[in-house]
Ligand binder design. Structure first.
Ligand SMILES: [Zn+2]
Length: 342
């Protein structure tokens, strides 16, 4: 009951604000409605990408392996196809990470690897950067079996492709984001969040100008706690550094997607400590507000059975849409989220 009332108040405040805005002069650019672009994120396209990214030919995308590099080429080709360039200041779509960095904490004989990045420049505040991240590595081949990692994190990987495409379509129609967006496919997550740590220590854009990281890691399945419905997502970290970010997530969800936002794993006392276990954490450690979307663990977590035919594409689509509308609000709103917590 409390939650519903709170939500209603927040929605009211936001809608009043937008009414005030629209009564001002037309010359002031108002955040356009994202619905049309949100709906370019489709189950069919996510499925097409995922059956390729999580196919045996990618050999389980082990960090530094030929299979991972092949998956990386596929991602880059999608960005090229959609006319989404590599970031300003970069040489190409790769942020190379030397094997020495990947093996420094614990030598696992990982080869050189790469983060992959793409970029849409903001029209009004290009120097303010929103990062949307997902890891594209998985655990490779074990005992002759390919671990395809369709959910972990093929699901987040293909969500990024679709979110980028939606922003690019909007841009073509004159509704490009006001802030810049960095689409960051990080490597080495399964070995200890290495790719995101490398980025956070070697950021292409200053950390102080990075307004938020939206991280997506496993959004294509459901866990045992949600056996009766997949209309949920675990939201983790959104209120740890910024009350604004948490409010933005709640309002965007209530307005556009209406998933049940499950805060169970956001509890700092939760023994799973998922907040510390995916790539957003390396941003949060630098003081950047971060939110992590996650479906929880299931029977195929880190097993050979994490296959694309077990993905629930309706749920994957809704969760990708949620990340998109939150990104839309963050990229277009007047003020970046205030960091009001430590
Ligand atoms: Zn993962």
């Amino acid at each position: 009951m409390k939650k519903i009332i709170l939500l209603f108040v927040i929605v009211s405040i936001f809608s009043c604000k937008s009414i005030q805005k629209s009564t001002q002069t037309i010359a002031i650019s108002v955040t356009p409605d994202p619905t049309k672009y949100m709906n370019t994120i489709t189950a069919d396209e996510l499925k097409t990408h995922l059956y390729i990214v999580a196919s045996d030919s990618m050999e389980g995308r082990e960090t530094g392996s030929a299979g991972q590099k092949k998956a990386g080429v596929y991602l880059i080709n999608q960005y090229k196809k959609n006319n989404v360039p590599f970031p300003k200041g970069a040489q190409n779509y790769y942020q190379p990470i030397p094997a020495a960095f990947l093996n420094a904490k614990r030598n696992e004989n990982l080869g050189d690897s790469e983060n992959i990045w793409a970029y849409i420049e903001g029209s009004e505040k290009p120097n303010e950067i929103l990062v949307i991240s997902a890891h594209y590595d998985h655990v490779g081949i074990k005992n002759g079996e390919v671990y395809n990692g369709a959910d972990d994190d093929g699901s987040g990987t293909v969500a990024l492709l679709e979110i980028a495409q939606a922003f690019e379509i909007a841009k073509k129609e004159g509704h490009g984001p006001k802030r810049s967006i960095l689409f960051l496919h990080v490597t080495g997550e399964e070995h200890g969040l290495h790719g995101s740590r490398f980025y956070s220590e070697n950021p292409l854009f200053p950390t102080a100008n990075t307004i938020t990281d939206i991280n997506i890691d496993m959004i294509g399945r459901r866990d045992g706690a949600h056996a009766s419905s997949n209309n949920y997502v675990y939201i983790i970290g959104s209120d740890r550094l910024s009350t604004d970010l948490d409010n933005i997530c709640k309002v965007a969800n209530a307005k556009h997607v209406k998933l049940d936002l499950d805060y169970k794993y956001n509890n700092p006392m939760d023994p799973n400590h998922f907040y510390e276990r995916s790539d957003h954490y390396n941003f949060a450690k630098k003081g950047i507000p971060a939110v992590f979307f996650f479906n929880g663990v299931h029977a195929d977590y880190h097993k050979a059975g994490d296959e694309p035919d077990k993905i629930e594409y309706d749920a994957l689509t809704k969760r990708a849409k949620l990340a998109f509308v939150i990104a839309w609000e963050l990229a277009n709103r007047e003020n970046k989220p205030v960091v009001d917590k430590k």
